[in-house]
Design a binder for this molecule. Structure first.
Ligand code: MSP
Length: 535
């Protein structure tokens, strides 16, 4: 039976159009999902949008719509997310909106259960609130009235609200995280959460907003004068979207989630509030929460409100950086979990060196030689393979290089598995891509060193066949292994190598030397990555 994985992205706020920070989480989730599917797993990848709360209400009013028309505002913005995900090849299984009826019904049902079971109480809340972050802060946490996260001015609140007893389960949560029943990763984030939990008494979580202040939310089932705090509403998506209320069979199959992939700014919500809500509900905690770092510009987090957001469509239209090139940059530039600094120039430099020069040229040169020397057909290597490339000392170097290429290619699937494995410390995309590029670079070097054009001049076809075969096999393997990271490019390479079988059908055990059969007619196309010149 296939192993099932349930993977989630956060739900994106729809107060503004998505930027490359949002693309990052999506691309990472998509890459993991594609990788697991390649390993014959059954994957359910859920994403969606977070549509309630003050932030959205404010954005709706600022857009010129009257109060009460927030649904029109969010409906209009959803296609921007869906279109972008389509452009980036994000292959999710379900898109949940917190305005979906099923989600609203589930939230109401759960709050009712929690209330009836004594987890909720009412009291006056006095403290600070940050609207952009939708976060409460205690006086001791924000003595100057400045948000510790986004550094903006906080609002003073003094109002009666409903609270969820977060504090009841502090010790239980510490045990869950310490034992990795809930694995918080990377390890520095596990330490961060544990030291917070051990060093502070958790304050109960305010879960409501009086309607007189905010109407755009889900009404509390036990008090029609209040709506639900947006974070409680949003976190519950992870179970409402897989049938907590209406499809128990699916829920049983998918829960607990194998991975909640998030940015580091929302770690506390996912590693503290969310598991405690689940414990109170009598449900299992998620298996893993992985928090990635931020894309920063001049040391500032990229965000719409700081007016430094980079629009992926602008990168395409003005610079010619297509979806896969952006995917590659985001995944390869930093260790997953750390912050990365984004500049267009860096993105273009990496494009030109890794994609245009290394990957694109390798394919182009190889296919040009297949056309020129073998009429576009992958040659068969004779039994006494290597004859003529092994004669002199120089030729031994070439043979050695060829062995190295084969060795690297044989090891590559295992290496990638190791780095992406979400059941261990993964995912980490950077070393996985580095390993693929090691093979690409070795293959490029092999062309230089073996100088096939000299054998062509000498009409040494058997030696030429060995060289071409080595290059073609390596790239067959590279294309399939690249598929989770750069699906469009992988398909393109695969098809240029003359493969008619859908790349999706090539599962991991089939990724081995000999993947491209002799006699295959190649299908050379346009260069994959034409060079970009930066002004
Ligand atoms: N709506 C909440 C999440 C609710 S999940 C139940 C939210 N939304 S968000 O739109 O602000 O952020 C969504 C994701 O995008 C988060 O994982 C966040 O970390 C990520 N990013 C937003 N800006 C980012 C960068 N500049 N860099 C990297 N990722 C960032 O939080």
């Amino acid at each position: 039976m296939k192993k099932t994985y349930y993977i989630t992205s956060p739900l994106y706020y729809v107060n503004a159009a998505p930027h490359i920070g949002h693309c990052y989480t999506q691309v990472a989730c998509d890459t993991i999902s594609r990788f697991l599917r390649q390993n014959d797993c059954d994957v359910f990848f859920m994403t969606g949008t977070d549509e309630h709360g003050e932030k959205i209400e404010k954005a709706s009013i600022e857009s010129g719509l009257p109060k009460g028309c927030e649904n029109k505002f969010v409906d209009a913005i959803i296609p921007r997310f869906k279109d972008l995900w389509k452009y980036l090849d994000i292959n999710y299984n379900f898109f949940i909106r917190t305005s979906d009826k099923n989600h609203i019904d589930t939230v109401k049902h759960i709050l009712d259960v929690l209330n009836k079971n004594g987890h909720i109480y009412k009291k006056i809340y006095k403290g600070w609130f940050c609207t952009p972050c939708e976060m409460f802060w205690q006086q001791s946490q924000a003595p100057e009235g400045i948000c510790p996260d986004c550094k903006r001015n906080l609002e003073k609140l003094d109002e009666e609200n409903y609270f969820f007893k977060l504090s009841s389960y502090q010790d239980k949560l510490i045990k869950c995280i310490e034992s990795d029943e809930l694995a918080v990763r990377p390890p520095m984030r596990k330490n961060e959460v544990l030291s917070f939990l051990k060093g502070n008494n958790l304050q109960d979580l305010c879960i409501s907003r009086p309607k007189k202040r905010l109407k755009w939310g889900i009404e509390l089932p036990f008090d029609k004068d209040y709506v639900t705090y947006v974070w409680v509403d949003a976190l519950l998506n992870y179970i409402s979207g897989i049938g907590y209320l209406g499809n128990k069979k699916q829920f049983k199959k998918l829960w607990p989630a194998d991975l909640h992939l998030i940015g580091k700014d929302i770690l506390r919500h996912h590693a503290i509030y969310w598991p405690i809500l689940l414990i109170a509900l009598g449900e299992k905690v998620p298996r893993k929460v992985f928090a990635h770092g931020w894309w920063v510009i001049d040391k500032e987090k990229m965000s719409k409100s700081k007016d430094n957001a980079v629009d992926p469509m602008r990168l395409l239209n003005e610079k010619g950086i297509k979806a896969d090139a952006l995917r590659y940059f985001l995944l390869s530039q930093v260790q997953f979990g750390r912050d990365g600094s984004f500049t267009e120039n860096l993105c273009i430099e990496k494009y030109n060196s890794d994609l245009a020069n290394d990957l694109g040229n390798l394919l182009n040169r190889t296919l040009t030689m297949v056309e020129k020397y073998f009429d576009g057909v992958v040659p068969k290597v004779l039994k006494d393979e290597g004859r003529g490339v092994r004669d002199g000392e120089d030729d031994q170097v070439k043979a050695l290089l060829r062995e190295e290429i084969k060795g690297l290619a044989d090891e590559l699937p295992k290496k990638i598995k190791h780095y992406i494995d979400i059941e261990k410390d993964g995912p980490d995309f950077q070393p996985a891509l580095k390993a693929i590029w090691e093979l690409i670079n070795k293959a490029n070097k092999y062309i230089e060193v073996s100088a096939p054009w000299k054998y062509a001049k000498d009409k040494n076809t058997s030696a030429l066949a060995v060289i071409i075969d080595t290059l073609v096999q390596a790239q067959g393997i590279i294309s399939v292994l690249l598929y989770p990271f750069m699906p469009h490019t992988a398909k393109d390479i695969w098809s240029q190598l003359g493969q008619e079988n859908d790349i999706l059908n090539i599962k991991y055990p089939k990724i081995k030397w000999g993947i491209i059969k002799p006699g295959t007619r190649i299908n050379k196309g346009k260069p994959l990555f034409p060079r970009i010149t930066s002004e």
